[in-house]
Design a protein around this ligand. Structure first.
Ligand code: 5RP
Length: 221
C-alpha cells in the first residue's frame, strides 16, 4: 500500500465520523480502512451506545478501544454501517470480501439504514471485476460450486489456508465480466453451497467517501 493510499484511508475514516448517529449503535466493517475508522470512533466512544462488528478481527479491535460490542440480534435497525470496499463504481455497487468477512458484512449492511463506504482513490472503477469476486462456500460444496462457477465463465481459485469466521472456505472468482452486477449477484446466490457472494449491488452503498489527492470526494445516492 502506498503512503498516499494510507493517507486517504485515514482521511475518509475521519470524515466518516460525521455520519455516526450520536446516542445510537454503529455498524462497523472490516479491513484496514475500517480499522482507521475504529481508531476515530474510539475518540467519540462516550457518545455512542456501542457497535456491531462485521468480523472477529473488528470485534477485537473495538474491544481493545473499550468500545462495547453488541450482538446484532439484540439491536434493531442500525442507523449507519461504515465499511471499506475492494472495488466501487459511481453507482455505488461494490466488490467486497478481500478480507474474507463478506457474509457478516452483508448481514450488518442489510440491517443498516445507511451504508457509508470509505475508500481510497484506487478503489473507484468504471466496471467491477478486475478484483476477483470472493464467494463464501460450505466446505463440502467446494467442488460443486467451483464447477458451477466455471459454467458461468469464471475461474474459481481456492483461498489457501483461509477459513472464515463462520467456518467456511472462500473461492475467489477471476475472469467474470460484470456487466450487470445486480443480476450476477442474484445468479451467484442461486448456486447451492454458496453462503454469500462478494457483490454488493442489490444493497449497495448510499454514500461513498473517496480519498483523493485533492481531498475527499463524496458521492451520494
Ligand atoms: C473485507 C472487506 C474490506 O472492506 C475490503 O477488503 C477493503 O479493505 P481495505 O480497507 O483494507 O482496503 O470487504 O472483507
Amino acid at each position: 500500500m502506498t503512503q498516499t493510499q494510507e493517507k486517504q484511508k485515514r482521511a475518509v475514516a475521519q470524515a466518516a465520523i460525521q455520519h455516526v448517529s450520536i446516542g445510537n449503535v454503529v455498524g462497523v466493517g472490516t479491513g484496514s480502512t475500517a480499522n482507521y475508522f475504529i481508531d476515530e470512533l474510539a475518540k467519540i466512544k462516550h457518545k455512542i451506545e456501542g457497535a456491531v462488528a462485521s468480523s472477529e478481527n473488528t470485534a477485537q479491535r473495538l474491544r481493545e478501544h473499550h468500545i462495547e460490542v453488541l450482538d446484532l440480534n439484540s439491536v434493531g435497525e442500525l442507523p449507519v454501517y461504515i465499511d471499506g470496499a475492494d472495488e466501487i463504481t459511481e453507482h455505488l455497487h461494490m466488490i467486497k470480501g478481500g478480507g474474507g468477512a463478506l457474509t457478516r458484512e452483508k448481514i450488518v449492511a442489510a440491517t443498516a439504514k445507511k451504508f457509508v463506504c470509505v475508500a481510497d482513490h484506487s478503489k473507484l472503477v468504471g466496471v467491477l471485476g478486475t478484483f476477483p469476486i470472493p464467494v463464501e462456500v460450505i466446505p463440502m460444496a467446494r467442488s460443486y460450486v467451483a464447477r458451477e462457477i466455471v459454467r458461468l465463465g469464471g475461474h474459481p481459485v481456492l483461498r489457501q489456508g483461509f477459513i472464515t469466521d463462520n467456518g467456511n472456505v472462500i473461492l475467489d472468482i477471476h475472469g467474470l465480466q460484470i456487466l450487470n452486477p445486480v443480476e450476477l449477484e442474484t445468479n451467484l446466490n442461486q448456486i447451492t453451497g454458496i453462503v454469500t457472494n462478494g457483490l454488493f449491488a442489490r444493497r449497495g452503498a448510499n454514500v461513498l467517501l473517496l480519498g483523493t489527492d485533492n481531498g475527499i470526494r463524496m458521492i451520494e445516492i
